[in-house]
Write a protein that binds this ligand. Sequence first.
Ligand SMILES: C[S@@+](CC[C@H](N)C(=O)[O-])C[C@H]1O[C@@H](n2cnc3c(N)ncnc32)[C@H](O)[C@@H]1O
Length: 812
Amino acid sequence: MIASRTPVSLHSLLVAGGHGKRCVAGAGGRKRGRVQRRHLTQALESFWRHAPRPAPPAAAARGEANRSWQPPPLENPAFEEYYKEQRIVREEEWDDFISVLRKPLPATFRINASSQFFKDICSKLENDFKRYLESEVSDEYGEDAIRPLPWYPGNLAWHLNFSRKQLRKNQALESFHEFLKHESEVGNITRQEAVSMVPPLFLNIQPDHHVLDMCAAPGSKTFQLLEMIHQSKEPGLLPRALVVANDVNAQRCDLLIHNMKRMCTANLIVTNHEAQNFPDCRIANDLSEIYKKDCKPQRLEFDRVLCDVPCSGDGTIRKGHDMWRKWNSGMGNGLHLLQVDISMRGIALLKVGGRMVYSTCSMNPVENEAVIAELLRRSGNSVELLDVSNELPELVHRPGLSTWKVQDKGSWFQNHDDVPCDRKNVILPSMFPSNNSIQEGQSVCDDIEVNTGSNGSFSRNFSIEKTNKVYCDTDGISNSNTTKHSDSTPNSTSSNFPLHRCMRIVPHDQDSGAFFIAVLHKLSPLHECQMVEVTKTEVLDDDESLEEQKKISIDAHTSEDSNLTEVALVTDDVKNDQAESGNRMNKLQDQCKWKGVDPVLFFRDLTVIKSIVSFFAINISFPLEGHLVTRSADPNNARRIYYVSKSVQEILQLNVEVGEQLKIASLGLKMFETHRSKDGCPCAYRLSYEGLPLLLPYISKRILCASPNDFLRLLQYRTVNFAHFINARFGEEAASLIPGCCVVILREGHQNLDLGSITMDPTTIAIVCWRGKATLNAMVSPPDRKELLERITQRFGLKALRVEEENPRRQN
Ligand SMILES: C[S@@+](CC[C@H](N)C(=O)[O-])C[C@H]1O[C@@H](n2cnc3c(N)ncnc32)[C@H](O)[C@@H]1O
């Protein structure tokens, strides 16, 4: 990923804070800008401020042992009163509900099915750890101490009978804990709360979908979305799909970027906007016909939108003491309007026929059902609330509430009329089940008639439910797993919308956190007056230069030689035209209008591209031109060159045309880096390990095929003299290359093949190396090296020698 600022490294974040944690992939040695250092410091402060502490500082200062400190009690009378009054669960369930909230949350994680080592990780879990834990800790944690979550497809998500804290503290779990930490660091697994894994599953992502994750940081769901779009692809092929991950908070964007580096993807753009003001990027009318003809997007709109909004977060109360202490009902009230605005913007950006998932980790109906009801009210018959309960049949959930109350400063209100005048601007009509300011089933636009009995799907369902009177059961609580019918007609304190189709996950049903999910389907475009106005312009450049940019943009597009489509290698005839067009595009881009953000520049130096293509013999079927970007101030001297998918490329071009409305924090897969060497290499760039899996199937020069033992040797010593390889022929082949970057591969059952006959398959393991004067050097980061050593020794049944045990001559 290419970031506008050097992305956050958790390593530096931790080291800067003096906590001495280990290094993280890709962290090494880069200088950080002032802004980023500030972000890191703030992120670090915030991390430690919110992390549970061993003892209060005063006690620690007095030198008292932790033992003398008692954690604060897990109780909050206001919390209990609130949720009892809301009848969040039945009266007879209350004790179960509250006692589970006081228990630590079981740890859970997900396996990345798009990872190269997916099968190895599954086998390690099933064959090693599951058995080991069954025999070692079953007394403490039960027979099935680790097991797949039954509702997650493909057994990819796992539940542990112990919490993260127990995992850290229990000696018997140490090796398992190390495994989880390491595999998570290299991106093979993601440690994520079980309920937080649910929303992406309801998006029903397809390989060609454009997906918007509106409030994405720190990115556990973004990672899941990326896994979904990459899962079914062969090595070397990119999906048509694209994920735009957005977050308003720049520090959290940095964390998101850091976390996404674990996923090799060229199909992600990270943006930094207020989600409620996320830009439209609509192409001007006079250009739209040309765009349509070229099948290019004319507006930034999405097939799927994930709206995992900021919320009070009381569904995560099992994670620590802090939420018990700080919870109050004002937290949810204060977020309601922002949640409505963000989700309305999400609907506006959704294509007709598309799906949006709204979710929170809060139990509060003001942040949940009230938001969905308001969204349905405002969007009239353009949107329907889907019943998706049959899509994950094993997930235990309850229907949404149809009735709730609003609390303000200790007083309860059933409708907005009762709210004192001086609080009416804080406690809004939309927070109530029945918003009297707008009749339900009627749009906010007076000129739109929503006939609830007419032919639209929403209307049809709605009218059926009216006839059947499906609202809530007689004691006013929404039904649990099965929907009960009642003869009671809705009153002014219950909603007429089919809110039972929303899904509530409560902790005592399946030993999890709490979550709320609603799935919406867009049936028709919103009327203009239904759209949330993008009121604020976050941009920050003068209008004149914007106008100028637009003008150049239009010129560039209409000009005959502005062919911006990609070609793999260009002939000399078209080269000049393209260079000219590229210059214009770069001119358009060369000063980003977003303050403090580097522009995204297409890398179009054909001399460099040609030299890379010929050095590695990159096949013409792998398009480079138009897919390479950089953020270096001088694109002709770029240190790193990143690769973007066709879908990302199209959005970048659209963004340039519309005057860079998107504030892009990061994008692309690092593919080439400059390498200063005195070895006389004719190519100024070397391959990057991150981009290698994508490019490898298209390279036909500078590949060496190693035996498992030589591959292991190279990884262990990193620098190996040609004469010291076990297979002398391999050493000779390495020596016969001219100095410079090369690739060493290892494949099951295909050792020692001639160079000419190399074909790639999914079992191929490859690393980037440098052929020096007399040695071959492996260019792999420490975590990736550790990962490869483990996978190779496991796959090939080899024993990795500890360097100090073997006591070799220095290998160079
Ligand atoms: C619940 S968290 C998102 C968690 C994330 N989806 C995940 O799975 O890792 C909410 C995020 O919304 C961001 N946020 C808050 N207000 C926002 C706004 N107006 N626009 C966009 N993001 C916002 C916060 O910075 C926070 O990162």
